[in-house]
Write a protein that binds this ligand. Sequence first.
Ligand code: PLP
Length: 388
Amino acid sequence: MTVSFFDKQIDRIGTWAEKYEARQTVFGRADVEPLWVADMDFATPPFVINALTERLAHPVLGYTQAPEAVAQSVCDWQLRRHDWQTQTQDLVWLGSVVSGLYLAVQALTQPDECVMVFTPVYPPFMKAVIDNSRQLVTVPLLNINQRYQLDFTAIESYMCSRNITLLLLANPHNPSGRVWSKETLNTLAGLCLKYHVKVVSDEVWSDLILDQRTKHIPFASICADISAQTVTLGSTSKTFNLAALQTGYALITNAVLRQKFRRQHTLTRASEPNLLGLHALQAAYSDDGVRWLADLLMYLHGNLALVASELSGSGVDMMMPEASYLIWLDFTQRFEAQSDLVRWCVDVCSLGLSSGTHFGEVGKGFMRLNMALPRSRLALALASLKSL
Ligand SMILES: Cc1ncc(COP(=O)(O)O)c(C=O)c1O
Protein backbone atom coordinates (compact mmCIF):
# COMPACT_ATOMS: atom_id res chain seq x y z
CA MET A 1 0.00 0.00 0.00
CA THR A 2 1.37 3.37 -0.93
CA VAL A 3 0.80 6.45 1.12
CA SER A 4 -1.03 7.96 -1.86
CA PHE A 5 -3.95 5.66 -1.01
CA PHE A 6 -4.77 8.06 1.82
CA ASP A 7 -3.96 11.17 -0.20
CA LYS A 8 -6.63 10.33 -2.75
CA GLN A 9 -9.47 12.88 -2.83
CA ILE A 10 -12.75 11.02 -2.75
CA ASP A 11 -15.95 12.90 -3.42
CA ARG A 12 -18.51 11.70 -0.87
CA ILE A 13 -21.26 14.11 -1.92
CA GLY A 14 -24.39 12.22 -2.88
CA THR A 15 -23.31 9.05 -1.06
CA TRP A 16 -25.65 9.73 1.89
CA ALA A 17 -22.66 10.50 4.12
CA GLU A 18 -23.97 12.16 7.30
CA LYS A 19 -20.79 14.21 7.70
CA TYR A 20 -21.58 15.95 4.38
CA GLU A 21 -25.35 15.76 4.03
CA ALA A 22 -26.20 17.14 7.49
CA ARG A 23 -24.03 20.25 7.21
CA GLN A 24 -26.84 22.67 6.37
CA THR A 25 -28.88 21.49 9.34
CA VAL A 26 -26.04 21.40 11.84
CA PHE A 27 -23.92 24.38 10.81
CA GLY A 28 -26.42 26.48 8.85
CA ARG A 29 -24.14 26.21 5.81
CA ALA A 30 -23.71 23.32 3.41
CA ASP A 31 -20.20 24.35 2.33
CA VAL A 32 -18.13 24.06 5.53
CA GLU A 33 -15.20 21.63 5.47
CA PRO A 34 -16.72 18.76 7.49
CA LEU A 35 -14.35 17.73 10.27
CA TRP A 36 -16.95 16.55 12.76
CA VAL A 37 -18.57 13.05 12.44
CA ALA A 38 -15.97 10.43 13.42
CA ASP A 39 -15.50 8.56 10.20
CA MET A 40 -12.61 8.88 7.74
CA ASP A 41 -12.56 10.43 4.28
CA PHE A 42 -10.27 7.57 3.21
CA ALA A 43 -11.44 4.57 1.23
CA THR A 44 -12.40 1.49 3.19
CA PRO A 45 -9.55 -1.05 2.63
CA PRO A 46 -9.68 -2.73 -0.81
CA PHE A 47 -9.50 -6.26 0.62
CA VAL A 48 -12.65 -5.46 2.65
CA ILE A 49 -14.42 -4.09 -0.42
CA ASN A 50 -13.36 -7.27 -2.29
CA ALA A 51 -14.86 -9.49 0.40
CA LEU A 52 -18.13 -7.54 0.19
CA THR A 53 -18.16 -7.68 -3.61
CA GLU A 54 -17.56 -11.40 -3.51
CA ARG A 55 -20.47 -11.94 -1.15
CA LEU A 56 -22.72 -9.70 -3.26
CA ALA A 57 -22.01 -11.93 -6.24
CA HIS A 58 -24.40 -14.31 -4.53
CA PRO A 59 -27.90 -12.93 -5.11
CA VAL A 60 -29.67 -13.95 -1.90
CA LEU A 61 -29.43 -11.60 1.07
CA GLY A 62 -31.54 -13.44 3.60
CA TYR A 63 -31.49 -13.75 7.39
CA THR A 64 -28.04 -14.41 8.71
CA GLN A 65 -26.42 -16.46 11.41
CA ALA A 66 -22.87 -15.43 12.25
CA PRO A 67 -20.61 -18.47 12.01
CA GLU A 68 -18.32 -19.35 14.90
CA ALA A 69 -15.32 -18.58 12.67
CA VAL A 70 -16.23 -14.88 12.57
CA ALA A 71 -16.48 -14.71 16.35
CA GLN A 72 -13.11 -16.48 16.46
CA SER A 73 -11.62 -13.76 14.26
CA VAL A 74 -12.63 -11.19 16.90
CA CYS A 75 -10.94 -13.25 19.64
CA ASP A 76 -7.84 -13.75 17.49
CA TRP A 77 -7.66 -10.02 16.82
CA GLN A 78 -7.93 -9.13 20.51
CA LEU A 79 -5.14 -11.55 21.32
CA ARG A 80 -2.92 -10.42 18.48
CA ARG A 81 -3.38 -6.67 18.92
CA HIS A 82 -3.97 -6.36 22.66
CA ASP A 83 -2.62 -9.54 24.29
CA TRP A 84 -6.09 -10.23 25.58
CA GLN A 85 -7.35 -13.80 25.68
CA THR A 86 -11.10 -14.15 25.09
CA GLN A 87 -13.38 -16.93 23.96
CA THR A 88 -16.08 -16.99 21.33
CA GLN A 89 -18.67 -17.82 23.99
CA ASP A 90 -17.96 -14.40 25.58
CA LEU A 91 -19.12 -12.59 22.45
CA VAL A 92 -22.51 -10.97 21.86
CA TRP A 93 -23.01 -9.46 18.40
CA LEU A 94 -24.39 -5.93 18.22
CA GLY A 95 -25.70 -3.60 15.56
CA SER A 96 -23.52 -0.84 16.97
CA VAL A 97 -21.36 0.04 19.93
CA VAL A 98 -23.85 2.69 21.03
CA SER A 99 -26.59 0.05 21.19
CA GLY A 100 -24.23 -1.85 23.51
CA LEU A 101 -23.98 1.18 25.81
CA TYR A 102 -27.78 1.42 25.99
CA LEU A 103 -28.23 -2.32 26.53
CA ALA A 104 -25.66 -2.36 29.32
CA VAL A 105 -27.33 0.53 31.14
CA GLN A 106 -30.71 -1.17 30.82
CA ALA A 107 -29.50 -4.65 31.74
CA LEU A 108 -27.08 -3.87 34.54
CA THR A 109 -28.75 -1.02 36.46
CA GLN A 110 -32.09 -0.14 38.03
CA PRO A 111 -33.79 3.25 37.56
CA ASP A 112 -32.82 4.51 41.04
CA GLU A 113 -29.14 3.69 40.53
CA CYS A 114 -26.36 6.04 39.46
CA VAL A 115 -24.08 5.65 36.45
CA MET A 116 -20.72 7.43 36.39
CA VAL A 117 -19.02 8.97 33.37
CA PHE A 118 -15.85 11.05 33.09
CA THR A 119 -16.41 14.29 31.19
CA PRO A 120 -15.84 15.49 28.57
CA VAL A 121 -16.99 12.32 26.86
CA TYR A 122 -18.60 11.01 23.67
CA PRO A 123 -22.21 12.31 23.99
CA PRO A 124 -24.06 8.93 23.84
CA PHE A 125 -22.39 7.97 27.14
CA MET A 126 -24.49 10.63 28.86
CA LYS A 127 -27.55 10.08 26.71
CA ALA A 128 -27.59 6.33 27.39
CA VAL A 129 -27.95 7.14 31.09
CA ILE A 130 -30.44 9.99 30.78
CA ASP A 131 -32.61 8.31 28.12
CA ASN A 132 -32.94 5.28 30.38
CA SER A 133 -33.90 7.42 33.41
CA ARG A 134 -30.87 6.46 35.46
CA GLN A 135 -29.04 9.04 37.57
CA LEU A 136 -26.06 10.50 35.73
CA VAL A 137 -22.95 11.28 37.80
CA THR A 138 -20.37 13.22 35.82
CA VAL A 139 -16.83 13.43 37.12
CA PRO A 140 -14.76 16.01 35.21
CA LEU A 141 -11.35 14.87 34.05
CA LEU A 142 -8.43 16.93 35.34
CA ASN A 143 -6.65 18.88 32.63
CA ILE A 144 -2.99 18.83 33.66
CA ASN A 145 -0.87 20.59 31.04
CA GLN A 146 -3.22 19.58 28.23
CA ARG A 147 -3.37 15.94 29.34
CA TYR A 148 -6.48 14.57 30.92
CA GLN A 149 -6.07 12.57 34.12
CA LEU A 150 -8.69 10.75 36.17
CA ASP A 151 -9.64 12.57 39.37
CA PHE A 152 -9.42 9.63 41.76
CA THR A 153 -10.31 11.71 44.82
CA ALA A 154 -13.58 12.82 43.24
CA ILE A 155 -14.26 9.34 41.83
CA GLU A 156 -13.86 7.70 45.22
CA SER A 157 -15.90 10.30 47.02
CA TYR A 158 -18.82 9.77 44.59
CA MET A 159 -18.47 5.99 44.81
CA CYS A 160 -18.62 6.30 48.61
CA SER A 161 -21.55 8.66 48.77
CA ARG A 162 -23.80 7.80 45.81
CA ASN A 163 -25.43 4.57 44.70
CA ILE A 164 -23.12 4.09 41.74
CA THR A 165 -23.42 0.65 40.19
CA LEU A 166 -22.03 1.23 36.70
CA LEU A 167 -19.18 3.19 35.13
CA LEU A 168 -19.04 3.95 31.40
CA LEU A 169 -15.39 4.26 30.42
CA ALA A 170 -14.06 5.47 27.06
CA ASN A 171 -10.83 3.48 26.73
CA PRO A 172 -9.07 5.12 24.84
CA HIS A 173 -10.78 8.41 25.48
CA ASN A 174 -12.95 10.35 23.05
CA PRO A 175 -12.67 13.39 22.59
CA SER A 176 -9.03 13.74 23.77
CA GLY A 177 -7.49 10.56 22.34
CA ARG A 178 -5.90 9.78 25.71
CA VAL A 179 -4.67 6.20 26.18
CA TRP A 180 -5.15 5.34 29.85
CA SER A 181 -1.99 3.88 31.37
CA LYS A 182 -1.81 0.55 33.13
CA GLU A 183 -1.27 2.36 36.41
CA THR A 184 -4.38 4.51 35.90
CA LEU A 185 -6.52 1.53 34.93
CA ASN A 186 -5.22 -0.51 37.87
CA THR A 187 -6.17 2.24 40.31
CA LEU A 188 -9.58 2.63 38.68
CA ALA A 189 -10.12 -1.13 38.75
CA GLY A 190 -9.24 -1.17 42.45
CA LEU A 191 -11.96 1.40 43.17
CA CYS A 192 -14.52 -0.43 41.03
CA LEU A 193 -13.80 -3.66 42.91
CA LYS A 194 -13.91 -1.94 46.30
CA TYR A 195 -17.27 -0.26 45.61
CA HIS A 196 -18.80 -3.03 43.46
CA VAL A 197 -19.12 -0.84 40.38
CA LYS A 198 -19.57 -2.69 37.10
CA VAL A 199 -17.83 -1.23 34.06
CA VAL A 200 -18.60 -0.81 30.39
CA SER A 201 -15.26 -0.29 28.67
CA ASP A 202 -15.84 1.15 25.21
CA GLU A 203 -12.72 0.18 23.26
CA VAL A 204 -13.81 1.21 19.80
CA TRP A 205 -10.65 3.36 19.40
CA SER A 206 -8.22 0.76 20.73
CA ASP A 207 -6.62 -0.17 17.39
CA LEU A 208 -5.78 3.39 16.46
CA ILE A 209 -2.82 3.95 18.77
CA LEU A 210 -0.72 6.83 17.47
CA ASP A 211 1.84 7.16 20.22
CA GLN A 212 4.06 4.11 20.29
CA ARG A 213 5.14 4.93 23.85
CA THR A 214 1.63 4.02 24.95
CA LYS A 215 -0.21 0.73 24.79
CA HIS A 216 -3.92 0.07 24.88
CA ILE A 217 -4.88 -2.08 27.84
CA PRO A 218 -8.27 -3.79 27.65
CA PHE A 219 -9.87 -2.95 30.98
CA ALA A 220 -11.09 -6.52 31.41
CA SER A 221 -7.53 -7.83 30.96
CA ILE A 222 -6.37 -6.25 34.23
CA CYS A 223 -7.40 -9.19 36.38
CA ALA A 224 -10.02 -11.93 36.58
CA ASP A 225 -12.01 -10.09 39.23
CA ILE A 226 -12.39 -6.94 37.16
CA SER A 227 -13.10 -8.99 34.04
CA ALA A 228 -16.00 -10.55 35.96
CA GLN A 229 -17.68 -7.16 36.28
CA THR A 230 -16.82 -5.67 32.88
CA VAL A 231 -18.58 -5.46 29.54
CA THR A 232 -16.14 -4.60 26.73
CA LEU A 233 -17.45 -3.04 23.54
CA GLY A 234 -15.61 -3.17 20.23
CA SER A 235 -16.07 -2.77 16.50
CA THR A 236 -14.27 -2.52 13.19
CA SER A 237 -16.11 0.72 12.45
CA LYS A 238 -13.41 3.23 13.41
CA THR A 239 -10.29 1.26 12.48
CA PHE A 240 -11.40 0.20 9.01
CA ASN A 241 -13.96 2.92 8.25
CA LEU A 242 -16.96 0.64 8.31
CA ALA A 243 -19.42 2.65 10.41
CA ALA A 244 -22.21 2.40 7.85
CA LEU A 245 -22.30 -1.38 8.17
CA GLN A 246 -23.33 -1.12 11.84
CA THR A 247 -21.65 -4.19 13.23
CA GLY A 248 -20.17 -4.25 16.70
CA TYR A 249 -19.72 -6.69 19.55
CA ALA A 250 -19.62 -7.03 23.30
CA LEU A 251 -17.16 -9.32 25.06
CA ILE A 252 -18.42 -10.39 28.48
CA THR A 253 -16.52 -13.10 30.34
CA ASN A 254 -18.93 -13.34 33.27
CA ALA A 255 -21.74 -15.72 32.25
CA VAL A 256 -24.28 -14.06 34.57
CA LEU A 257 -23.62 -10.56 33.22
CA ARG A 258 -23.63 -11.91 29.69
CA GLN A 259 -26.95 -13.62 30.27
CA LYS A 260 -28.49 -10.34 31.56
CA PHE A 261 -27.08 -8.44 28.61
CA ARG A 262 -28.35 -11.04 26.13
CA ARG A 263 -31.78 -11.04 27.76
CA GLN A 264 -32.04 -7.25 27.32
CA HIS A 265 -30.87 -7.66 23.73
CA THR A 266 -33.78 -10.07 23.17
CA LEU A 267 -36.32 -7.94 25.05
CA THR A 268 -35.55 -4.81 23.05
CA ARG A 269 -35.22 -6.71 19.79
CA ALA A 270 -31.84 -5.01 19.37
CA SER A 271 -30.50 -5.51 15.87
CA GLU A 272 -29.06 -8.80 14.69
CA PRO A 273 -25.61 -9.17 13.16
CA ASN A 274 -25.43 -7.58 9.75
CA LEU A 275 -24.41 -9.91 6.92
CA LEU A 276 -22.18 -7.42 5.13
CA GLY A 277 -20.76 -6.11 8.39
CA LEU A 278 -19.75 -9.62 9.40
CA HIS A 279 -18.06 -10.27 6.07
CA ALA A 280 -16.27 -6.94 6.35
CA LEU A 281 -15.16 -7.70 9.90
CA GLN A 282 -13.73 -11.07 8.94
CA ALA A 283 -11.80 -9.54 6.05
CA ALA A 284 -10.53 -6.69 8.25
CA TYR A 285 -9.38 -8.79 11.20
CA SER A 286 -6.69 -10.48 9.12
CA ASP A 287 -3.04 -10.21 8.04
CA ASP A 288 -4.17 -7.76 5.36
CA GLY A 289 -5.87 -5.73 8.07
CA VAL A 290 -2.71 -5.60 10.16
CA ARG A 291 -0.67 -4.32 7.20
CA TRP A 292 -3.28 -1.75 6.14
CA LEU A 293 -3.62 -0.51 9.70
CA ALA A 294 0.13 0.06 9.93
CA ASP A 295 -0.06 2.26 6.81
CA LEU A 296 -3.09 4.11 8.13
CA LEU A 297 -1.36 4.83 11.44
CA MET A 298 1.70 6.13 9.61
CA TYR A 299 -0.47 8.49 7.59
CA LEU A 300 -2.38 9.68 10.65
CA HIS A 301 0.95 10.30 12.33
CA GLY A 302 1.89 12.60 9.48
CA ASN A 303 -1.43 14.42 9.77
CA LEU A 304 -0.99 14.84 13.50
CA ALA A 305 2.50 16.25 13.01
CA LEU A 306 1.06 18.74 10.55
CA VAL A 307 -1.66 19.83 12.98
CA ALA A 308 0.84 20.20 15.81
CA SER A 309 3.29 22.24 13.74
CA GLU A 310 0.64 24.44 12.13
CA LEU A 311 -1.08 25.23 15.39
CA SER A 312 2.09 25.77 17.37
CA GLY A 313 2.26 29.44 18.31
CA SER A 314 -1.04 30.14 16.54
CA GLY A 315 -3.02 30.84 19.69
CA VAL A 316 -5.02 27.62 19.29
CA ASP A 317 -3.98 25.11 21.91
CA MET A 318 -4.50 21.37 21.49
CA MET A 319 -4.32 18.15 23.41
CA MET A 320 -1.91 15.74 21.79
CA PRO A 321 -3.94 12.57 21.10
CA GLU A 322 -2.24 9.24 21.81
CA ALA A 323 -5.00 7.38 19.99
CA SER A 324 -7.80 8.02 17.47
CA TYR A 325 -7.92 10.62 14.70
CA LEU A 326 -9.64 13.19 16.88
CA ILE A 327 -8.02 16.35 18.19
CA TRP A 328 -9.39 18.31 21.13
CA LEU A 329 -8.71 21.97 20.43
CA ASP A 330 -8.60 24.43 23.33
CA PHE A 331 -9.89 27.94 22.70
CA THR A 332 -10.60 28.71 26.35
CA GLN A 333 -8.19 31.66 26.34
CA ARG A 334 -9.85 33.12 23.25
CA PHE A 335 -13.61 32.80 23.53
CA GLU A 336 -15.96 33.40 26.45
CA ALA A 337 -19.18 32.14 24.89
CA GLN A 338 -19.34 28.76 23.15
CA SER A 339 -21.81 30.18 20.63
CA ASP A 340 -19.22 32.78 19.57
CA LEU A 341 -16.59 30.07 19.16
CA VAL A 342 -18.92 27.89 17.11
CA ARG A 343 -19.96 30.82 14.90
CA TRP A 344 -16.32 31.82 14.39
CA CYS A 345 -15.39 28.30 13.25
CA VAL A 346 -18.32 28.23 10.82
CA ASP A 347 -18.46 31.83 9.60
CA VAL A 348 -14.80 32.85 9.61
CA CYS A 349 -12.98 29.52 9.15
CA SER A 350 -15.66 27.67 7.12
CA LEU A 351 -15.05 24.61 9.27
CA GLY A 352 -17.60 22.14 10.59
CA LEU A 353 -16.11 21.01 13.91
CA SER A 354 -17.83 19.27 16.85
CA SER A 355 -18.70 21.73 19.58
CA GLY A 356 -17.02 20.98 22.91
CA THR A 357 -20.17 21.41 24.98
CA HIS A 358 -21.73 18.38 23.29
CA PHE A 359 -19.22 16.40 25.35
CA GLY A 360 -20.40 17.87 28.65
CA GLU A 361 -20.31 21.29 30.31
CA VAL A 362 -16.54 21.00 30.81
CA GLY A 363 -16.13 21.01 27.03
CA LYS A 364 -16.88 24.74 27.01
CA GLY A 365 -14.18 26.56 25.08
CA PHE A 366 -13.17 23.41 23.15
CA MET A 367 -13.86 22.09 19.65
CA ARG A 368 -13.11 18.60 18.32
CA LEU A 369 -11.40 18.24 14.97
CA ASN A 370 -11.37 15.03 12.90
CA MET A 371 -8.01 14.81 11.09
CA ALA A 372 -8.77 11.66 9.05
CA LEU A 373 -8.73 13.26 5.61
CA PRO A 374 -6.18 13.78 2.83
CA ARG A 375 -3.33 15.93 4.09
CA SER A 376 -3.70 18.64 1.48
CA ARG A 377 -7.28 19.30 2.58
CA LEU A 378 -6.26 19.19 6.22
CA ALA A 379 -3.58 21.80 5.51
CA LEU A 380 -6.19 24.16 4.05
CA ALA A 381 -8.43 23.68 7.07
CA LEU A 382 -5.54 24.45 9.42
CA ALA A 383 -4.64 27.56 7.49
CA SER A 384 -8.11 28.94 8.12
CA LEU A 385 -7.97 28.06 11.83
CA LYS A 386 -4.76 30.05 12.14
CA SER A 387 -6.60 33.22 11.21
CA LEU A 388 -7.44 33.68 14.90
C1 PLP B 1 -16.24 6.11 22.12
C2 PLP B 1 -17.16 5.80 20.99
N1 PLP B 1 -18.01 4.77 21.09
C3 PLP B 1 -18.85 4.45 20.08
C4 PLP B 1 -18.87 5.17 18.91
C5 PLP B 1 -19.83 4.81 17.82
O1 PLP B 1 -19.80 3.45 17.55
P1 PLP B 1 -20.99 2.80 16.70
O2 PLP B 1 -21.09 3.57 15.43
O3 PLP B 1 -20.59 1.39 16.52
O4 PLP B 1 -22.23 2.94 17.53
C6 PLP B 1 -18.01 6.25 18.77
C7 PLP B 1 -18.03 7.06 17.53
O5 PLP B 1 -17.42 8.08 17.42
C8 PLP B 1 -17.12 6.56 19.82
O6 PLP B 1 -16.27 7.58 19.72
